[in-house]
Ligand binder design. Structure first.
Ligand code: NAD
Length: 257
């Protein structure tokens, strides 16, 4: 499968799953627009390194996915957007009656509203080129719930719903829209929680991972960012032309329970 000549915009892609997705799309030949909130030398260096490693054009564009206009200008700054991966996301855990309003608003803005704005900006570009792929990084929490994650669960269920609506609006065009639903993925964010959880429960690393973090993941293994990247690349391939409006779980069996 080659994505040579295609341009992919991946939101929230200077770390974790977004970076893994960006790398796998570049491996398949896609040019890239990387994005996050920051404007550091290392963000631009990341794009340069990917460009060199995979012989693609890659640039980094700072844009805040909590601001609708910045979501839209990110897409416009790409010049072309054949593949849109909506990945930027944040989490906050609290009982609903104690859930800070600013955290609720931020989660809905970044995890859900940004998908509306980037999709609305990207679709006319895809239509003009006669080809497009939209992949939304939702979550197992787009299909099931956990306590204390009301905003995240609401946002991710919203993303899954929006995915279906966009797929129906584009069903007779050469454009697809799908959601990938990861279970627990070993990103730097998750890795950083392991030492504290070991202390909190008085457990070793292995036990914390299997008994606490992966309690709901039957495989008892994390998914990897490379596996998520490969899944997104598959959804961009010609084999996936008739796959639209659906969810693809990468969760070690979580949602089979
Ligand atoms: P991460 O924190 O490593 O990555 C999140 C990315 O989003 C970062 O690049 C961050 O800079 C960016 N971001 C955050 N706020 C932003 C903003 N306002 N504007 C632009 N960029 C912003 O986390 P991750 O685990 O790689 O998560 C990526 C996506 O995968 C999220 O949507 C998350 O909900 C989803 N997800 C993660 C897991 C997991 O176990 N790690 C599981 C299911 C779903």
């Amino acid at each position: 499968m080659s994505l040579r000549g295609k341009t992919a915009v991946v939101t929230g892609s200077n770390s974790g799953i977004g970076l893994g997705v960006a790398r796998e799309l570049a491996r398949a030949g896609a040019d890239l627009v990387l994005n996050s909130l920051t404007e550091r030398d290392e963000d631009h260096a990341l794009a340069e390194a990917i460009s060199t490693e995979f012989d693609v054009v890659a640039k980094y564009v700072k844009a805040d996915m909590s601001v609708g206009e910045e979501c839209r200008s990110l897409i416009e700054s790409a010049g072309s957007c054949d593949i849109l991966v909506n990945n930027a996301g944040i989490q906050h855990v609290a009982p609903i009656d104690e859930f800070p309003r600013d955290k609720w608003d931020a989660i809905i803005a970044i995890n859900l509203n940004s998908v509306f704005h980037t999709t609305a900006a990207a679709l006319p570009m895809m239509r003009a080129k006669g080809w497009g792929r939209i992949v939304n990084v939702a979550s197992a929490h787009g299909l099931t719930a956990s306590p204390y994650k009301s905003a995240y669960v609401a946002a991710k269920h919203g993303v899954v719903g929006m995915t279906k609506a966009v797929a129906l609006e584009t069903a007779q065009e050469p454009i697809t829209c799908n959601a990938v639903c990861p279970g627990y993925v070993l990103t730097p964010l998750v890795e950083a929680q392991i030492p504290d959880t070991m202390k909190e429960y008085g457990m070793d690393r292995e036990t914390v991972i299997k008994e606490v973090m992966l309690a709901r993941q039957p495989s008892k293994e994390f998914a990897t960012v490379e596996q998520l990247g490969g899944t997104v690349a598959f959804l961009c391939s010609s084999a996936a032309t008739q796959i639209t409006g659906t969810t693809l779980s990468v969760d070690g069996g979580w949602t089979a329970l």
